[in-house]
Design a protein around this ligand. Structure first.
Ligand code: 13P
Ligand code: SF4
Length: 309
């Protein structure tokens, strides 16, 4: 086995030889983030994937992110280092359930969080990410919004767009949603001078207690620049790596949660490892393959999102 540094160098050299771009989400392992050409939130990663002129996109993230890259750039070879790495929230809704909702609410527009499968996007009207959901929904003509699959993000958007009626699917992100307001109360008591930044996938009671609510990139921006030297950050612990890199002079407090991981931790995001990245790029395996008709249909709501945001 090679050591981390050697593996990282070999991956970077392979990427150069093969004209591959490596994209990574902020929840990836630190050593994986460090070999990426670009680390970002879901919206930024979608934009990067749609603009790249590389021949290969090696995507360090969960399956729906790789699918999004393929949909937005279907002529490229998109590689996913661990095809088992999915998003449990994305698996909480299937296309036939969306079609049933459309039948029940024919006057509604289906707003799909990007955390959905390509099949679900293919039957949706517009996509959103946590960075643009409010803005996109505000711009929609329709008075009725069918929001899928995240109840937490759906409720947060509903609160900010009071003139529309919402039908919200009851999906949730296990690592974020299971963190409780009681646990945040305890942290606030322990660090009364700290500001609180929260991801909108958190429970509404946790969101209510935040000084700032936003996507991973927006949280990084806020936490590294706000006027407090201490920030309680309620999102996946992978964010700590970039926070410290961007502004090492502050203290970032991540929750000691009651769940078995001890903090907000996404097991599937962490299922991408350096040896898997290396093998995938070297052998050009684990290619993301999608049906052409699904690509064509799923592209519309994604492009609409990019236009509206
Ligand atoms: P963002 O990076 O868009 O905030 O998304 C968080 C997330 O849970 C991705 O799975
Ligand atoms: Fe899915 Fe939550 Fe993990 Fe993001 S953090 S990939 S929403 S389970």
């Amino acid at each position: 086995p090679k050591d981390i540094k050697e593996l990282q160098e070999e991956i970077r050299s392979l990427a150069r030889q093969k004209n591959a771009v490596i994209l990574a989400h902020y929840y990836q392992r630190p050593e994986v983030q460090d070999i990426a050409d670009f680390v970002g939130d879901s919206l930024e990663l979608s934009r990067k994937a749609s603009q790249t002129d590389a021949d290969i996109i090696l995507f360090c993230g969960v399956r729906f992110m790789c699918e999004t890259a393929k949909i937005l750039n279907p002529t490229k070879k998109v590689l996913h280092p661990n095809p088992e790495s999915g998003c449990p929230m994305a698996d909480m809704i299937r296309p036939e359930q969306v079609l049933k909702l459309k039948e029940q609410h024919p006057d509604g527009e289906v707003v799909a969080y990007v955390n959905t499968s390509a099949d679900v996007k293919a039957v949706s009207d517009v996509c959103v990410t946590s960075a643009n959901a409010i803005k996109v929904v505000q711009k929609l003509q329709s008075k009725k919004i069918i929001f899928i699959p995240d109840q937490a993000l759906g409720n947060w958007v509903k609160k900010h767009v009071p003139d529309k009626e919402f039908v919200i699917w009851q999906g949730f992100c296990p690592p974020h949603f299971e963190f409780t307001a009681k646990e945040l109360e305890r942290l606030k008591q322990q660090f009364p001078d700290a500001k609180v930044a929260v991801h909108p996938e958190c429970h509404p009671k946790v969101i209510e207690m935040a000084d700032f609510v936003g996507s991973t990139s927006q949280i990084i921006n806020y936490a590294t620049t706000c006027d407090s030297d201490r920030v309680i950050v309620i999102t996946e612990v992978g964010l700590k790596h970039t926070l410290i890199k961007k502004n090492p002079n502050k203290e970032y407090i991540f929750p000691q949660s009651m769940n078995y991981c001890g903090t907000v931790y996404c097991c599937t995001m962490k299922a991408i490892t350096l040896p898997l990245v290396y093998k995938t790029l070297k052998e050009e395996i684990n290619e993301v393959v999608l049906d052409e008709e699904i690509i064509a249909k799923a592209r519309r709501p994604l492009e609409r999102m990019l236009e509206l945001s």
